[in-house]
Design a protein around this ligand. Structure first.
Ligand code: AVJ
Length: 329
């Protein structure tokens, strides 16, 4: 089907009315909203506003993971990178690449900053990031890849050795173990020779500390959570009223993870074009994210099942967060 060709301000004003919804997104949303426990994939948090809100989360006093991981990287990478001789950094779920800079700078100091391949679902964010890094590191070849790492991952062609595949920020926590193992196995398949895997994981700890990180006093996480409904409105033409949903985040002991939900405050029906009317009882929720926490034992299990072994493990003194180097088993 050809879209009407219009330009200037009308193109912008009418773009969303003419755009076809992404069929993959529509299928995922339909499946998620028709499940007994409604759910939506966390990747739909990250439109430009969502990415901005997530960056705000990373600076909140309660949200310890980002700053703890950054400190671990800053302390370790200047020694680890020259030991490994890393020539290429492949980063799964790159976001704004703020932490990647620490690794790339260590590669540059070692004289091996050859290539950087950020992989992310958000093309616009990725391209901004790539442009900035090319300016900051003139000798570095930056090759952004738009992909959903939960669905697909292959060794990028022509990748120099040794490569470091990094999956930071505890994003692995978004996957229950079976899906985490599938993802890690695909990374393992992509690894060759003396390549390494670098994982950032949020550790199991006092539940109140974890719950506080997802229930910040400024309400940024609540706004981030509700933003997913605006993404559905914008992308699918749905008519969610974000004010009719409440943010809820709690730790589930059985799965060692935070669950984030949007709880309908009223009985209501929401229209999603291509899906129909979605009914909500008062108090019924949509699960928008899980964030599983790990320890040395659970990481060992995931790695073992994926054909990887833990080569080294570094946690901060308070054992909030760990960086793990994995090697083909
Ligand atoms: C980006 C998935 C690691 O689980 O802590 C932060 C996302 N959600 N606050 C996390 C998130 C709510 C974050 N990850």
């Amino acid at each position: 089907m050809t879209e009407p060709r219009i330009s200037g301000k009308w193109a912008r004003l009418t773009a969303s009315a003419y755009r076809q919804p992404d069929p993959r997104m529509l299928a995922e949303v339909e499946a998620g909203l028709s499940a007994p426990q409604k759910e939506l994939p966390p990747k739909y948090f990250y439109d430009p506003r969502g990415s901005e809100l997530f960056e705000e989360i990373t600076r909140l006093p309660e949200y310890y993971p980002t700053r703890t991981e950054r400190a671990l990287l800053a302390a370790w990478m200047p020694r680890l990178i020259p030991q490994l001789g890393t020539r290429a950094l492949v980063e799964l779920g790159a976001g704004n690449a703020e932490k990647s800079r620490i690794i790339i700078s260590a590669m540059q100091a070692a004289g091996t900053a050859d290539r950087y391949l950020p992989i992310d679902v958000s093309a616009s964010f990725l391209n901004q990031t790539a442009a900035r890094l090319r300016r900051e590191y003139p000798g570095l070849t930056v090759e952004p890849v738009v992909a959903d790492i939960a669905e697909e991952f292959e060794r990028p062609r022509g990748l120099p050795h040794p490569a470091l595949f990094a999956f930071l920020g505890s994003t692995i926590g978004n996957f229950y173990p079976p899906a985490a193992i599938r993802l890690l196995s695909r990374v393992r398949q992509a690894m060759e020779g003396d390549d390494r895997f670098l994982l950032g994981v949020d550790l199991r700890k006092d539940v109140s500390r974890i719950e506080a990180a997802y229930n910040d006093s400024q309400g940024v996480t609540a706004e981030f959570n509700r933003n997913m409904l605006l993404v559905l409105n914008h992308e699918l033409g749905a008519n969610f009223d974000p004010a009719a949903f409440e943010h809820r985040a709690f730790y589930e002991n059985a799965t060692h993870g935070i669950e984030m939900h949007l709880v309908s405050t009223v009985e209501q029906e929401v229209r999603v074009p291509g899906i129909g009317l979605v009914p909500f009882a008062q108090g019924e929720s949509i699960r928008t994210e899980i964030s599983c926490k790990h320890d040395r034992g659970s990481v060992d299990e995931l790695f073992l099942a994926a054909g990887l072994g833990v080569e080294s493990w570094r946690a901060d003194p308070d054992a909030l967060f760990a960086l793990v180097v994995g090697v083909a088993a």
